[in-house]
Each structure stands twice: as structure tokens, then as C-alpha cells.
Design a protein around this ligand. Sequence first.
Ligand code: ATP
Length: 231
Amino acid sequence: SVPVPVLTARGLSAGYGEGGPAVRDLDLDLCPGEIVTLLGPNGAGKTTTLLALSGALRPRTGVVRWAGRVTTAPLHQRARAGLALVPEDRSVIMELTVRENLRLGAADTDLALETFPELAGHLDRRAGLLSGGQQQMVALARALARRPAALLADELSLGLAPRIAERLLGVVRAAADGGLAVLLVEQHVRSALAVADRVIVLRHGQVAWSGPAEQARADPDVLVGAYLPLA
Ligand code: ATP
């Protein structure tokens, strides 16, 4: 059966202020059960793409569809409809406890702890006292515990030890295997490729390469040609 995308973009362009578009003419389909990874050098437009898809930034041109319907709704409305965004700053409130952070996101605490049992001993600690990896677990647990249909996540593994990054990406993979549609912005090419089904490489705000992750894993040179050294 042909997969039905939960989120699509056609001809999407977005940018800031008077500047030229940071993303230009982007087409994208995101289907239940798949992880699409957005790669690209700094400033390529990855974050801008996530913001425009989530309703946090109004596109200049193009169309975003959610569950088949054109949407211009702001982020909070899309969140209620099943779209989860984990932004680059994680949006964990450092002064609040882990439990309060989960509640604030209207997340089911039991479900969050099922996802990350390692948070159980920290529920009443202030988030600011946790490690970066634990904070990212709170952000991801909170997003997933609302049972979204799609997750857009910006650099989940930024600044984290490889073991922790793998743990987080493993949880995302498991959620996708359960039907979640996932768009991941990643800097770590290797770990991103390991969990992805499809890859889109952005460069100067445009798609430089896209294809199955398997192809990129088998022949990483296709990425180098499109984009940057793998180091
Ligand atoms: P990075 O990995 O550095 O976050 P990115 O691929 O996510 O890069 P974007 O953050 O989407 O890239 O940035 C794309 C372009 O838009 C860049 O030229 C950047 O300088 C510009 N830009 C990003 N945010 C803003 C903003 N708030 N105001 C003005 N310009 C911005």
C-alpha cells in the first residue's frame, strides 16, 4: 500500500526580515513510520525548515499540509493536532523540576518514564541540575508522551556523548517503528544515517541531494559530493 504522508510541503520558502529566503522551494513528504534526516552545513536552512513546517515561522511561499489539509495554523495549534517540535534549545525550563516540566508539556508522566526509565530518580530535581543528556531526555520524553503523529527535532544529539546520542536516537527509532513520522535535523552524519530511512541534504537553502539512507550508508561519497566532508 502507498504510504499516506502526515506532513507535506510543496514549494516552501521561508526567511527572516528583509533578507533573502533561508529555504527555497522545498518539497517534502513525511510519512508515518519513517525517519527523514535533514543534513547540511551551518546556515544551510535546516532549522528554518523545521520552523516553517511547524508553524513557528510563517512561510513566504508554498504550502504545508497536515493530514492532507493545507495549514497555516500557529505552532500551538499544530501541537494540539499532533505535531511535536523539539527545538534546538530543548525548551526545558531549568528552574522547574523534571516532573513540572513534564506536566507543563501536558505529558503523561508514566509514559515519559516508560520511555526514559533513567529519569525516574530525578523527577523532583530541578532540570537545571541535570546533565545535558538528561535534559534532552526530558525534552524528548515530554514530546513523545503526548503521543504525537509527527516529531520534528532539531539537533537532539548536539553536545552529547555518543552513547547518550545513540540512546536518544534509538528511542526515536523505536517511536518511528511504532508509527511516528519523524524529521530529524542532525549534525552527526554517521549516527543520523544509522537511524534514518531517508536523507535530505540542504545547501544554501535548497535540496542538494535526497535519497534512501541505505544509499548514503553504502556510498557516503554521494553526501560529500552534495555537501561537505564527513569528518
Ligand atoms: P545551523 O546548523 O547553524 O543551525 P541551519 O542549517 O539550521 O544551520 P538556519 O538556522 O536555518 O540554518 O539558517 C539559515 C540562514 O538563515 C542562515 O543564513 C542564518 O544566518 C539565517 N538566520 C537564521 N535564523 C535567523 C534569524 N532569527 N534572523 C535572521 N537570520 C536568520
